[in-house]
Write a protein that binds this ligand. Structure first.
Ligand code: CA2
Length: 157
């Protein structure tokens, strides 16, 4: 039987989960919009869910600083096979993050807890989504799990 090669780096599929500014505060304020779950607990759920796939490894990074997120995306080029990203407020402002995702040429899925299309006008525009293979928005923490599923399926192709 021919063993399917999962990716170019090793046998394991490596995925970087990136979270942008203020997501470290999840669960402490605005529960009606962002839910009551903390980022740590979402990360634990992602890890649990990732175990239902073979050979998937996950790493997490959160930063409140645009440049740090750009650096992490650049580093990802040689270390990961794909990126799951919630750029948070930078979704609507950051040409730098959009360019970094494009530059590394790794498949990225953009996710949002809230449905950005039903909120204030300034949130309806994502500068980063056009650099991604897709966007999932509005399902709370389930957006992360759905995004991970879609990214893994894309990488398995
Ligand atoms: O819905 C999302 O996931 C967002 O990316 C969240 C961002 C927002 O700027 C985007 O428009 C949509 C905000 C994250 C801030 O998270 C907080 C969590 C708790 C308390 C305050 C902010």
């Amino acid at each position: 039987m021919i063993k399917k090669t999962l990716n170019k780096k090793e046998n394991n599929m490596k995925i970087l989960v990136l979270n942008g500014p203020n997501l470290n505060l999840l669960g402490t304020r605005e529960p009606e919009i962002y839910g009551t779950t903390t980022l740590e607990s979402i990360e634990n759920e992602i890890l649990e869910y990732s175990k239902s796939f073979h050979n998937v490894e996950i790493a997490f990074f959160q930063s409140n600083h645009e440049g740090e997120i750009v650096d992490k995306i650049q580093e990802a080029k040689s270390l990961y096979d794909g990126i799951l990203i919630n750029p948070a407020a930078y979704t609507h402002t950051s040409v730098a993050i959009a360019d970094a995702i494009k530059a590394v040429n790794l498949p990225a899925v953009e996710i949002h807890l809230s449905n950005i299309n039903t909120r204030e006008d300034f949130r309806k525009k994502s500068l980063t989504a056009p650099s991604c293979i897709g966007q999932i928005s509005g399902f709370g923490k389930t957006s992360y799990l759905a995004g991970l599923f879609c990214l893994i399926k894309h990488l398995e192709k």
